[in-house]
Design a protein around this ligand. Structure first.
Ligand code: ZN
Length: 149
């Protein structure tokens, strides 16, 4: 594949069609609900932590392809992380999506997360992509609910 944007789009569509880790995580230790009123995306994120380590993450909800793909990619990207590495990963992705200056990203470093970077081209959709990450952060902080507005 020589066109990176086509590849990004393919990754998003594939995760939307066959989301990884969709469903209520049983048992879970943390959960939060996220809402993006701009688009109407609603997600629940469930986390099971073993000590500080994220053992598993799952999500449920209704939303657009970008919000669902972002949640699906997230559940795979943060598994096994803990403490500072976990916080850093969440911050890195939100920064990558929202920084005014286009960040320098290495698609080979980021893996499928790089596909989310393609969403920067569509500012109205950025909150769709950050929703699951904000919801995850809320779950970890035991904040319960979060809205992108
Ligand atoms: Zn959306």
């Amino acid at each position: 594949m020589d066109n990176l944007e086509d590849l990004y789009q393919e990754i998003i569509l594939s995760h939307n069609k066959r989301p990884r880790n969709e469903g209520v995580l049983d048992p879970h230790t943390e959960e939060a609900e996220g809402y993006n009123p701009l688009c109407g995306d609603r997600l629940q994120v469930y986390v099971r932590q073993n000590g500080p380590t994220v053992e598993a993450v799952q999500f449920t909800g209704e939303g657009c392809a970008i919000s669902r793909a972002s949640a699906s990619i997230m559940t795979e990207a943060i598994k096994g992380l803990s403490g500072a590495a976990l916080d850093a990963k969440i911050a890195e992705v939100i920064e990558m999506l929202t920084a005014k200056e286009e960040p320098v990203v290495d698609p080979f470093d980021l893996g499928e997360l790089a596909a989310l970077f393609g969403v920067r081209k569509f500012p109205a959709r950025v909150k769709c992509a950050t929703l699951s990450w904000h919801t995850l952060a809320a779950a970890l902080k035991k904040a319960g609910k979060v809205s992108t507005e």
